[in-house]
Design a protein around this ligand. Sequence first.
Ligand SMILES: Nc1ccn([C@H]2C[C@H](O)[C@@H](COP(=O)(O)OP(=O)(O)OP(=O)(O)O)O2)c(=O)n1
Length: 195
Amino acid sequence: MLLSDRDITAALAEGRLGIDPYDQALLQPSSIDVRLDRYFRVFNNARYTHIDPAAQQDDLTALVEPQGDEPFVLHPGEFVLGSTLEVVRIPDDLAARLEGKSSLGRLGLLTHSTAGFVDPGFSGHITLELSNVANLPITLWPGMKIGQLCLFRLTSPAENPYGSAVYGSRYQDQRGPTPSRSFRNFTRAETRRAP
Ligand SMILES: Nc1ccn([C@H]2C[C@H](O)[C@@H](COP(=O)(O)OP(=O)(O)OP(=O)(O)O)O2)c(=O)n1
């Protein structure tokens, strides 16, 4: 069940759902807008010949912060990580999806390329997978509305929410744009054996 503005306000008031800093102007009929923080991670393509999801490539990305009031310029075809200004805390009986904003979509800005799901129990900044599919550069202004979170009520609270010891929960309490933490659930030998 998708939460309405009324349900979102109630969950915030009860302190079960956390959006920090929160501004009522972020509320939409059945979503909450999220804003862009000022930190970005750009890919270090002079350092690596390829991206290996099975390896821990620590300096695959480098942190970049625009100077003063300047925007970050995202060039056509470029892919960088950004993050929400808000720290989001999801209770164990809700899950969220990060969605784009139509006005930005119409300009060719994608806010996540594949992963938009936020687990019950997750807490932290949300990492944005920003890409420009237009044919002109797009300026990204820190503080601008960049996407929206839709919240769904689970049929029952998660038995092992994100952050509990059962799962890896690699991104629990992440701060700022957080690069991929290597996949430990398969090894190169296993992928070679796969049919
Ligand atoms: N655009 C997104 C999507 C998700 N997340 C956060 C919230 C999710 O609860 C958490 C984990 O997402 P996934 O389960 O999709 O990621 P993995 O399966 O790769 O990680 P893990 O093994 O930690 O579950 O990452 C995020 O910061 N930015």
